[in-house]
Design a protein. Structure first.
Lengths: 223, 276
């Protein structure tokens, strides 16, 4: 039999639930609908389609093969590092067969992020159409001075500069480099990892020991 | 019907709250697993059970709110059970779930008992593993709620803290969810139900009572205290009806099978997921 305080609490909670119900629509669903409307008119889908058409035409002609694994740089790694250290208005200038290549040919890990996997975003939808500027160059829509407005806010209405500090291409949390590039992520990962390991190191032997021990405990005869 | 004398272990509200927890937890586990394994066929199949990714996301969020609502109600109920005039005894006494030094001692003694080096501890009302199970959920739910809330409302969250905190929130939410589901299935369900003294099902939380004889085997100090205080009669209970036993057996096994399925399939498909 429920006591008065317990009954009262249940009624209060039910009432609170009714008040909260209309607020439970996800902001993310609204964002995704907004993006579909925006990209239908902005021309970014056209840029993606054009690259795919060039590539398909070239491959279907049968006269050309594109080896996505082959190197594309007309210079060696040392000069490449020097060139990459300076933001450029066209980050892909001078690359062999660039119009016919997929982004992942060189940026292999880039698609491993929630925006690509779940929202099905393509690279140019955030990085802009060609020529794609380096992120640090002031032409780039992903430059930190304007990223929140030119990229994030296309889907996430009201995104501000703080929102744009979210790392889309998140590094592997457990990688050694991440300790320097994203320490909060690295140490959170370590904390959760050792928490999980610690809990199971304690309770798996405990559970197995208990299970085995009970087999050797004499069961009292039924009365 | 079983006529052996029984003692009440869990009240109706206790069992209702636990049932609420089971239902919301399993919905969150299945929808969350579908979302985490989005890039696999298995994840897509799980999401399809709920009408697709968007629908599963909405259900995941709803279940999260409902679980948190239950958690808040539980806290309020617990606060009403505290004897505020004798706070110390209420918080650290034998009927409290607050960990005390005795639990650490009993933990060590229990391990020694596993190897035949000591007698099993004579437990009081709450054993150390029951307290661990309780507090693990007690801090796990707010952690998942806060990180989940940040992920539901990312723009609003980034007004209060830097946007990169969302990366951390996402990692913590996923890691805590994995820990919660794995622990509940491996420890709470398998060992709880499949050891010799409880097989085929540990009925205590469903029926609310256990035979007195069983209580004396497992928690002798508690039973002795009740006899000293002459309060054993107040906690006497009747055996559950057969139809009710059938119902909770079916429900309990459905939950165990679902949990095992998520764990085993999740372990296999984890090699195919593409985000860290």
């Amino acid at each position: 039999m429920l006591s008065m305080p317990e009954r009262t609490i249940q009624v209060v909670w039910l009432f609170a639930l009714l008040l909260v119900l209309p607020q439970l629509t996800s902001a993310q669903q609204q964002d995704r609908d907004r993006y579909r409307v925006r990209t239908a008119t902005s021309g970014t889908d056209e840029a993606e389609a054009a690259v795919r058409r060039y590539r398909d035409q070239l491959l279907s002609s049968g006269r050309y093969e594109i080896d996505d694994a082959a190197g594309t740089l007309p210079y060696g790694p040392t000069k490449g590092d020097a060139i990459r250290s300076v933001p450029r208005a066209d980050a892909h200038a001078g690359l062999k067969d660039y119009p016919y290549r997929k982004c992942v040919a060189c940026h292999e890990q880039a698609p491993a992020n929630i925006h690509t996997i779940r929202a099905n975003n393509t690279c140019r939808q955030c990085h802009g159409g060609d020529p794609i500027a380096s992120v640090e160059h002031y032409y780039s829509p992903l430059n930190p001075i304007r990223r929140h407005a030119y990229a994030c806010a296309k889907c996430h209405e009201g995104a501000n500069a703080s929102f744009a500090t979210y790392v889309v291409h998140e590094p592997m949390p457990s990688a050694a480099d991440t300790r320097n590039t994203f320490p909060a992520l690295f140490y959170s990962d370590r904390l959760m990892f050792w928490l999980i390991v610690g809990v199971f190191l304690l309770f798996i032997p405990h559970s197995v020991g208990w299970w085995i021990r009970e087999w050797f405990t004499k069961k009292k005869p039924e009365a | 019907m079983d006529t052996a004398p029984r003692i009440r272990r869990f009240t109706g509200p206790d069992r209702s709250m636990h049932l609420w927890l089971i239902l919301t937890f399993m919905v969150l586990a299945v929808t969350g697993t579908g979302r985490m394994f989005f890039s696999t066929d298995w994840g897509q199949a799980l999401l399809a059970l709920f009408g697709g990714y968007d629908s599963a996301t909405r259900i995941h969020i709803w279940a999260g709110w409902l679980m948190t609502g239950g958690f808040v109600v539980h806290i309020v109920v617990m606060l009403t059970r505290i004897d505020w005039r004798h706070l110390g005894r209420s918080l650290f006494g034998p009927n409290s779930l607050v960990p005390v030094w005795r639990d650490l001692k009993e933990f060590g003694q229990r391990f020694a008992w596993f190897f035949g080096l000591a007698k099993s501890p004579r437990f009081e009302r709450w054993t150390y593993w029951e307290k661990f199970d309780y507090w693990a959920v007690f801090w796990g739910v707010p952690l998942l709620f806060i990180s989940g809330l940040m992920l539901i409302y990312p723009v609003e969250t980034s007004r209060l803290m830097p946007g990169w905190v969302l990366n951390v929130a996402s990692l913590i939410h996923r890691a805590e969810a994995i820990l919660a589901v794995s622990y509940i299935v491996i420890v709470h369900l398998l060992i709880g139900h499949f050891r010799r003294s409880t097989f085929p099902l540990n009925e205590a939380m469903f029926s609310g009572s256990v035979p007195v004889e069983k209580a004396e085997e497992e928690k002798l100090d508690w039973m002795n205290r009740l006899k000293r205080e002459n309060s054993l009669e107040q906690l006497s209970a009747s055996a559950p009806a057969t139809w009710y036993r059938v119902l909770y057996f079916l429900f309990g096994y459905a939950v165990i099978i679902l949990g095992l399925y998520l764990l085993i399939a999740g372990g296999y498909y984890s090699q195919f997921i593409q985000i860290h």
